[in-house]
Design a protein. Structure first.
Length: 350
């Protein structure tokens, strides 16, 4: 762990400034009416100017937007680490390892769908601990088994080896993806304990919420897949909302699953708006977007309870991710000819 005192006041002041520059819902409504070139020009007049100008000589259209978004996201999150000291640095660094999970999932999915390596590169977010050299080798792998082998020496190798056997039996990526999630969260919470008060208690509470919503997402995906798999096998420990038995029971009853979230005192008291969206969701993608909105709303609530804490940083990370994903969804939607209404369904808005 890093030595020295934390500096949450300084970091949170910088985060508040960055948070104020994020796109508003009105900006998304403007972008929906633009094509890829118009979106890039709009971004050039915002804080994405540097990335658009640097990459504009090599890329155009959606490729330019994708690379600019991911490079900007990585820059902002590296800035968080540059600003942070002591225990605050450790807590933020732990959480940013989520992008190692994202990148390995992206590479595995790309190999599974026979996506060209160049296209896989576009979706990588280089904000975690896996270095560029390893990521570049992983992208060039021909088989998923090669990816597992190349990750030897990382925390992901052993769980992926076990999950690969199930992947070979089922032909589904769910075991591999869930192994990555489980390893990430178990390492994230490993030595934190359960503090009852103070800023670190809110950090743990946020992580518990993220695990709860990840379990809910995995359960519903599993139910919709039609695969003969036991939901308990994909259960991630560390949350407060579900036991393995409860998740297995609720997986095939959407209404009861949402009610179970609403009846929990922690979430029911803080997520009234998001829970309404969960109840109204008519598809898996709407449910997942509602969960994303719920987690962002929950992080915002925690940061307001204890403003000078890591909670405000986590809330900003989620909000920045939301911005990038929304811009990406709009650009891709316009490229393939989706209607404005169809694109709006792909956005996470509060």
């Amino acid at each position: 762990m890093s030595a020295g005192a934390s500096n949450p006041e300084f970091v949170n002041a910088r985060v508040r400034s960055r948070r104020a520059s994020l796109f508003a819902d009105e900006d998304y409504r403007k972008l929906i009416r633009m094509g890829p070139s118009g979106i890039a020009r709009f971004m050039e007049e915002t804080e994405y100017e540097r990335e658009i100008n640097q990459l504009g000589t090599r890329f155009s259209g959606v490729d330019l937007i994708e690379y600019a978004l991911n490079r900007n996201l990585a820059k902002h999150f590296h800035d968080l680490l540059d600003w942070s000291e002591g225990r605050l640095y450790d807590l933020i660094a732990r959480y940013l390892r989520k992008f190692d999970v994202w990148n390995v999932k992206t590479i595995i999915r790309g190999i599974y769908t026979e996506t060209p390596a160049e296209d896989i590169q576009t979706d990588l977010i280089r904000a975690g601990e896996l270095d560029d050299a390893l990521l570049n080798r992983l992208v060039e792998a021909d088989e998923i088994e090669d990816v597992v082998d190349m990750l030897e020496g990382t925390i992901f190798h052993a769980p992926l080896e076990v999950a690969y056997e199930e992947y070979e039996q089922t032909g589904m990526l769910i075991p591999l993806e869930n192994a990555l999630d489980r390893e990430f969260y178990e390492n994230l919470l490993g030595d934190l304990g359960r503090p009852q008060e103070g800023p670190e208690a809110l950090y743990v509470e946020f992580l518990e919420a993220e695990i709860d919503f990840r379990n809910a997402r995995n359960a519903l995906r599993l139910a919709r897949s039609g695969a003969d798999l036991d939901p308990a096998e994909f259960y991630i420990e560390g949350g407060v909302l579900f036991t393995e038995a409860e998740l297995s029971r609720l997986v095939n009853d959407y209404d009861e699953l949402v009610s179970h979230i609403a009846d929990n005192r922690r979430y029911g008291n803080r997520l009234s708006t998001a829970l309404t969206r969960l109840r109204e969701a008519e598809s898996l993608i709407q449910f997942e977007h509602a969960l994303d909105a719920a987690l962002l709303e929950y992080a915002d609530r925690l940061s307001s309870i204890y403003p000078v804490s890591v909670s405000a940083v986590l809330s900003y990370i989620l909000a920045k991710e939301r911005e990038v994903e929304n811009i990406r969804a709009i650009a891709r939607g316009r490229e393939v000819g989706l209607t404005e209404s169809e694109i709006e369904d792909e956005l996470v808005v509060l």
